[in-house]
Write a protein of this length. Structure first.
Length: 216
């Protein structure tokens, strides 16, 4: 089973509510919420108020991607406001097991992310503690970047690890995913597909439907 996860980072924030409705109406199951702090990544995006507003009006699974240093500071608040899953970066947290445990104990799904230059081995110690591994396919911090092709081997490597150990762990990819490179990522073993620019440009509903068709 594959899951499309549109990233609202690429939405028009004047029209955020309407655009989330379109994504939901077209059948996407997840919504990707990119939180950036200007420290772990150069840019600042949005946080709690946006999450809270979307939660009030949407039933989509809210997949929160914490591009934030010391994400452990925000777990309770994110879950209280309605996050369904929280992914933290292996590069950004000094207390990963405790943080994942906290996310789980508060009832949300857990994820661990690795940057393009981080080897899969860095996530390995946590693979049995997470519901999802996120392999970044661009350097985190900005939407609309080009997919880094070298990451495909890491996707395959994570897929092998999951399958060899019969783990119930999803494999998410994030960054530069388009209709042109989707297939190759699915073949490599990704099953949660984050995409921002390729969904929120042009006809949003048609874009979601096309992705879903090619992912079924
Ligand atoms: C990048 C973010 C991504 C971003 C993807 O740092 O984590 O989720 O929104 O956007 P596109 O699909 O435009 O690369
Ligand atoms: Zn993201």
């Amino acid at each position: 089973m594959n899951y499309l996860c549109p990233s609202i980072l690429a939405a028009d924030f004047w029209e955020l509510g309407r655009q989330v409705e379109l994504v939901e109406k077209a059948g996407a199951p997840y919504l990707h919420i990119d939180v950036m702090d200007g420290m772990f990544v150069p840019s600042i995006s949005f946080g709690m108020p946006v999450l809270e507003s979307v939660r009030k009006r949407s039933k989509l699974f809210m997949d929160v991607h914490m591009m934030v240093a010391e994400p452990e500071r925000y777990i309770e608040e994110l879950i209280r406001l309605g996050a369904d899953g929280i992914t933290i970066h292996v590069e950004a947290c000094d207390c990963i097991p405790e943080t994942l445990e906290k996310i789980r104990s508060l009832g949300a799904k857990t994820g661990i992310a690795i940057n393009p230059e981080t080897p899969v081995s860095a996530a390995l110690p946590y693979i049995k503690m997470v519901d999802m591994v996120l392999v970044m396919t661009v350097r985190p911090g900005f939407g609309g970047q080009a997919y880094i092709i070298d990451c495909i081997d890491k996707i395959k490597e994570v897929r092998r690890l999951i399958d060899q150990n019969c783990l119930d762990v999803k494999l998410e990819i994030d960054g530069g995913v388009t209709l042109s490179n989707l297939e190759m990522n699915l073949v490599a073993g990704a099953n949660v597909i984050v995409t921002g620019s390729a969904i929120f440009k042009g006809d949003i509903e048609a874009n979601v439907r096309e992705f879903l068709k090619r992912m079924s």
